[in-house]
Ligand binder design. Structure first.
Ligand code: ADP
Length: 358
């Protein structure tokens, strides 16, 4: 391992003093700061690779490191605990520490942990870069393909019969499905890397729902699904990231279409409601009469890459990322998303977005 820039951040816990003594005079460049706030400038200016965080008795320190993600610096964080306390150990991991070290601390243990955490960070970075490169390299040609197919479908290059037009519409819908999967994947990775920025502006969710549903009219007609809408135009505008929320609605409607047999029913509603904490809210619901989800799968479906037990027909395919993206986005808008379903009796997905009080 090449020499790294390491900072020890502590308000003088025994173990952090020991860590300093053990590393002093070694191959790594060492810095020291008494608090996270004092460490901030050094971390940014010196492009620190590893933070050794002497975790104080109050648990105030790790969350202060959030700004690192915002600033694009991504050092490995190793917590140094004076006491071998299971609760604090778990908390350090939850807050992003890759390792937690307690006494007795030796130079070998410390160096091994630093090497391991630097390697993990570098792998994480490579994974992120790979995903975003792959996604862009897949997405750009697909977008070009959609443009070309659309040109033909719109009869700009000559007449088409209705059957040809239907095939081209299906081709575009399939491409759009893949583009949406790539976007979900990209956003989830951005979110994990702390780099996802939601562009929120005042927006009426009913208008957005109508707009999204419009793009499903082709497939809904093709599979003869009965779509009912209950949309209350009087709801207030909320601060919403239009592009991401339209993907949330599209993911839910696409699933409803995918898991509902030909001739089935889908009801999309959007209007006033109350949240679990009795706050006035805007509630969006997508309900279908499709295959439903078993009680075993139901608690897992919002996790990444989870797909419920084998589904046939139009239910096959997918990436298992759509609902994870929905949950992430809805929660970033201070809302909740819940699924209700019985195997064989359809599913109901409900998004609740509290209306701000003033
Ligand atoms: P996918 O790309 O597989 O649809 P999602 O994250 O959107 O990924 O959904 C995860 C899983 O949840 C699906 O694979 C499916 O098993 C289940 N699911 C989601 N929506 C429905 C629905 N409306 N009806 C039945 N099962 C559903």
């Amino acid at each position: 391992m090449s020499p790294k820039q390491i900072i020890i951040v502590s308000n003088d816990t025994d173990i952090s003093q020991l860590a300093y003594r053990l590393l002093e005079g070694g191959e790594h460049k060492l810095y020291r700061a008494e608090s996270c706030d004092l460490a901030r400038n050094i971390i940014q200016e010196e492009r620190i690779d590893v933070i050794l965080l002497g975790f104080p008795s109050s648990n105030q320190c790790l969350p202060h490191l959030d700004y690192l993600l915002e600033s694009g610096i991504d050092p490995a964080v190793i917590a140094l605990l004076d006491l071998d306390d299971h609760e604090r150990y778990l908390m350090c991991h939850k807050e992003g520490a890759l390792d937690c070290l307690t006494a007795p601390l030796t130079v070998e243990r410390l160096l091994k942990s630093i090497e391991r955490c630097v390697a993990i960070k570098s792998l994480e970075r490579e994974k992120r870069d790979f995903v975003s490169m792959l996604s862009h390299d897949l997405k750009n040609p697909l977008t070009a393909a959609i443009g070309s197919i659309d040109l033909v479908r719109e009869k700009r290059l000559g007449p088409l019969n209705p059957e040809q037009q239907d095939y081209l519409t299906s081709a575009i819908e399939s491409c759009n499905e893949v583009v949406s999967m790539i976007d979900n994947l990209l956003d989830i990775h951005r979110f994990e890397g702390g780099k996802l920025v939601f562009n929120k502006s005042p927006l009426n969710l009913v208008e957005l729902t109508r707009y999204v549903l419009h793009s499903f009219r082709g497939i809904i007609k093709q599979v003869q699904i009965n779509l009912t809408t209950r949309l209350d135009d009087n709801i207030p505008e909320l601060l919403i990231d239009r592009s991401r929320f339209s993907r949330v609605i599209a993911n839910l409607v696409a699933n409803a279409v995918k898991f509902t047999p030909d001739g089935g029913d889908i009801v999309v509603s959007c209007g006033y409601g109350v949240s679990e904490t009795s706050k006035m809210s805007v509630v969006l619901q997508v309900k279908d009469s499709g295959s439903g989800i078993s009680p075993v799968d139901l608690p897992l479906i919002f996790d990444r890459f989870v797909q419920a037990s084998k589904q046939g027909g139009r239910g096959s395919g997918g990436s298992g990322l759509g609902l994870a993206f929905c949950k992430m986005t809805v929660e970033a808008h201070c809302g909740t998303i819940k699924a209700n379903s019985q195997k064989g009796e359809g599913s109901e997905f409900t998004i609740t977005l509290p209306i701000p009080e003033e």
